[in-house]
Design a binder for this molecule. Sequence first.
Ligand code: PBG
Length: 337
Amino acid sequence: MLATAVSDSTALSHAFPALRARRLRTSAALRQLVRETRIDASDFIYPYFVVPGRGVRREVSSMPGVFQLSVDELVKDARQALELRIGGVILFGLPPAKDAVGSGAYDDDGITQEAVRALKSELPDLLVACDVCLCEYTDHGHCGIVEGDRILNDPTLELLSRMSVSLADAGADVIAPSDMMDGRVAAIRHGLDAAGHDEVPIMAYSAKYASGFYGPFREAAESAPQFGDRGSYQMDPANAREALKEVALDVAEGADIVMVKPALAYMDLIWRVKQATDRPVAAYNVSGEYAMVKAAARNGWIDERRVVLETLMGFKRAGADIVLTYHALDAARWLGE
Ligand code: PBG
C-alpha cells in the first residue's frame, strides 16, 4: 500500500497545475471531510494519585493541575471525568507506610483497593484501571524485591500477582503492570484466572523505558528509588527492536493491551508496535512531557490548548488507540466545546 502511494505521488509530481494539494484545504468543512485522524475523550485515560485521609487535595508542584487526592476527593473529581466521557482512569496509590516488600500493595484494605471500591460503588460506569507495581509501596522505591543492590525478578512475581488479585477483588476493570519484571504478565494472568477473574484484562506496560521524563511522577507518587536507578529492569532508550521483543513476550504471556512509555520521544515505537501486533496499543504521555507543556504555557511561550491537542493527535496518528495523559480532562473539555 505504501509503495503504491509513493509511486502515485512521484507520477503526480508532474501534475501541477492540474493537481493542487491546497484544493482540499480551502475551507474548514473540506479539511474536516478529509481529516485522517480524530481524537475523542473516550481515547484518554486519566491518572490519579490517591492518598490517605479525608478532604486532601494537594497539588503536585512539578505538575500544575494534578493533585494528590484522598478517596472522598477522588470520587468528586472522577465524577467530572465520567461526565466528560473520558475512556477511563488509572489509579496510583500512596500507602500510609512503606516497607521492604511493599505490603501496602496487596493489602485488601490498602489505599488503592479502598479507592477502587469507592469509585466502583459511586460511579459504576467509570472504567477503573490500576497500575500494578511495588515502587510506591517499598521503602527503597524499587519496583521489585531488593537483595543487596540487586532487584530480584522471580520473587517479585508472586507479589505482583497478589496485588493484581487484590485489586481485581476490589473491582478493578483493568490491571496494568508497570514494573518490567520478566514473566509478570503470565504470573498475573495465572493469579487472576485462579481467583476467578478470567474476564479482567491486562494492559501491559510492555515497552517501558528507563526515562528522565518520569521525574515529576516520582514527586507525585513519592516513588523515587532510594539507591541506584531502574536501568536493570526498564529498557534502554537506545533500543527499538528490543521493544518488539518485549511486546511479543507480553502478548505471548496474555497481555490484552500493550503500551509504549514514554510517548513523545518514542513515537517511532508507537508506530512499530502498532504494525507488529493486533492488540490495542496504548501510549503513556508521561509526567515530564506534561510538565514541559505546562511550564512553557505558564510562561506564555506556547498556546497550551493547541499544543496539547496537536500532541494527542500525534500519538493517535502514530498508531496509539489509547492515550494515558494528565491532559485528559482539559482535552476532553476542549473537544466538547
Ligand atoms: C511505576 C510507574 C512509573 C510511572 C508509571 N508507573 C514511574 C517509574 O517507573 O519510575 C511513570 C508515569 C509518569 O511519569 O507519568 N513504576
